[in-house]
Design a protein around this ligand. Structure first.
Ligand SMILES: [Zn+2]
Length: 309
């Protein structure tokens, strides 16, 4: 979830002429596309709500879109969703996507503490591995909640045998983010690979780009320019989104009271997301995080320390 206050500092970049829009990327950089599979009312409004079949329907819309564009990605699946809808997990896996853990309950890592975190990790990874008989390699924390308060989680993820974490936003926001952490994919001292969300540097500051609320709030041209900028820096984009972000009618249909601010920020531009994704898929090459890590293998062989940005 990304709130409006997280994103107040958006500045529109100059709009490019339309002919620029669909030009294929000259560089064959593989960018990562990831989906955090969760049910919006439960993950955002009230964690005690049941998981509904809306997550199944919305995820299938995304799966159709990915298939149409011959794109595979990484799906970080919430344990509660996997438990309620194991068939959805099988469907995602059978389309060739990589599966990762998004925790079990969608409670913030820095709020639940090490013991509950370890249990959530064990349970959520176990569910996915039991359903698919495939090993889970990656983890993404709910709401990017591995922060300076919860760095202990990185050792627990490594101890669980996972290969990478993709939970840190390398920019300080109100509720999450660590601005002193590298912007690039890097290996931590405990051996775990960290795959940070994409940021760009502009006017001496880091700005979050290429995912979730930022993808909805920014004009498409800005996301495109940001990804081009990352390519110029030799960095793959790490994109993320949620199944609910392609569901424009949800906020008008769920039977819950929704605060006005939440309604504005969480509903904004959902109707454009499927179209924007299709444009992105035409313009850039995307794959799962596992594929991006293969292309980064040389850099991760120990040459890049965690102090470089
Ligand atoms: Zn989430």
């Amino acid at each position: 979830m990304v709130t409006a206050s997280d994103s107040l500092m958006i500045h529109s970049a100059p709009v490019q002429p339309p002919i620029e829009t669909e030009r294929p990327s000259p560089a064959q950089v593989v960018h990562a596309i990831s989906v955090d599979v969760e049910d919006w009312p439960q993950s955002t409004l009230d964690q005690n709500l049941p998981i509904t079949d809306r997550v199944v329907r919305n995820t299938h819309v995304l799966l159709d879109l990915f298939r149409e564009h011959k794109v595979t990605g990484t799906f970080f699946i919430l344990g509660l969703v996997a438990e309620r809808y194991p068939g959805l997990v099988s469907d995602i896996a059978s389309e060739g996507h990589e599966l990762g853990s998004h925790g079990y309950s969608h409670k913030a890592v820095f709020e639940i503490g090490p013991r509950a975190f370890e249990e959530e990790l064990r349970r959520s990874v176990g569910l996915l591995e039991d359903i698919t008989c495939r090993r889970v390699r990656g983890y993404r924390a709910p709401d990017f909640s591995i922060t300076e308060k919860s760095l202990w989680a990185l050792d627990l993820i490594a101890a669980r045998g996972l290969e990478y974490d993709s939970s840190i936003f390398p920019v300080k926001m109100r509720r999450y983010g660590i601005d002193s952490t590298p912007r690039r994919i890097h290996r931590l001292k405990n051996g775990l690979i960290e795959v940070p969300m994409s940021t760009v540097t502009w006017r001496g500051k880091r700005w979050p780009v290429a995912g979730g609320g930022y993808f909805r709030l920014y004009p498409y041209s800005l996301t495109r320019r940001a990804i081009r900028g990352l390519e110029a820096e030799g960095m793959p984009a790490i994109m993320y989104l949620h199944p609910y972000e392609i569901d424009p009618s949800e906020l008008g249909e769920v039977p819950h009271a929704i605060p006005m601010k939440t309604r504005l920020t969480q509903g904004l531009n959902r109707k454009y997301i499927a179209r924007r994704l299709a444009r992105l898929f035409k313009q850039f090459r995307f794959g799962p995080i596992a594929e991006v890590l293969e292309t980064e293998a040389v850099n991760l062989a120990g040459l890049r320390s965690s102090s470089q940005s």
